[in-house]
Design a protein. Structure first.
Length: 259
């Protein structure tokens, strides 16, 4: 008599795979430490170099203006996709694909670990901002919303490196996925407000979803609960997710079908 393996259930699958991905984090400090140091470095350098210029813009708190940028650098591309590559190369993924585990849970489990990691990396950056004088107009609740937006953005973007990992099984390709984010970032309101941009740059930023993400995060710090800005931020995240998540799922299902 053939005995089929029983399904554990979607949430059990997610938690089991998520716990495994979380346990891998302390064993991978070489990818975590730079992810924390780089945004802290950019925040200090940008504020130090451009603070005097920013003072010519009435009403602009440049430290508060730069904090969301530092957070984006802290959370974007910080992913356990490199561990997924090792699973593919070591054969663990192939064995997992032969089990009745939920296919979406195979990806979402890694993302649970990503969410924990990016929130952990964001907190020291926010603490530095508070130390140098940044104050949230929305208080503690707004700070939690700020972290939540950063986490949701990270999950939306991180579907891209997961898709690359599943498609290529190549660690170099996964590591280079962050390069996709750099031009998107610098073609937005990273250094100055949108109204200070001119020429073609002022046009490009209007079509960049990161512009609206930064706008929503900045509103929580400097303006309060501006519903329009927050809705725009979530729309910007959704625009990226509409491309990244189907890509990740397509590559996941494609690799599973080959097993």
């Amino acid at each position: 008599m053939t005995v089929k393996a029983r399904r554990a259930g979607f949430f059990r699958d997610v938690m089991s795979l998520g716990n495994r991905a979380l346990r891998s984090i302390p064993r991978d400090p070489e990818s975590i430490i730079p992810a924390l140091l780089v945004p802290l470095f950019f925040f200090v350098v940008n504020v130090g170099a451009l603070q005097d210029v920013a003072e010519r813009m009435p009403g602009l708190d440049y430290k508060a203006f730069q904090l969301p940028v530092a957070i984006l650098f802290a959370v974007t591309g910080v992913t356990r996709a490199n561990i997924l590559v090792l699973d593919i190369q070591g054969g663990y993924f192939d064995r997992l694909a032969l089990t009745p585990v939920n296919r979406f849970a195979m990806l979402l489990g890694f993302m649970v670990a990503d969410l924990v990691l990016v929130i952990s990396l964001s907190i020291p950056v926010i603490v530095l901002g508070l130390v140098v004088g940044v104050r949230f107009e929305t208080g503690i609740l707004g700070m939690c919303a700020f972290l939540g937006i950063a986490g949701i953005w990270a999950l939306a973007y991180n579907a891209i490196p997961y898709g690359i990992a599943l498609k290529t099984g190549n660690p170099a390709a996964v590591n280079s996925s962050f390069l996709l984010f750099l031009p998107v970032t610098f073609l937005t309101t990273v250094f100055v407000p949108e109204e200070s941009l001119t020429g073609w740059m002022s046009t490009v930023v209007k079509f960049n979803p990161v512009t609206y993400l930064l706008q929503g995060m900045r509103s929580l710090i400097s303006e309060g609960w501006v519903v329009g800005d927050l809705v725009a931020a979530f729309c910007g995240i959704a625009a990226v997710a509409l491309l990244s998540v189907p890509f990740a799922m397509w590559t996941l299902l494609g690799r599973v079908r080959r097993k």
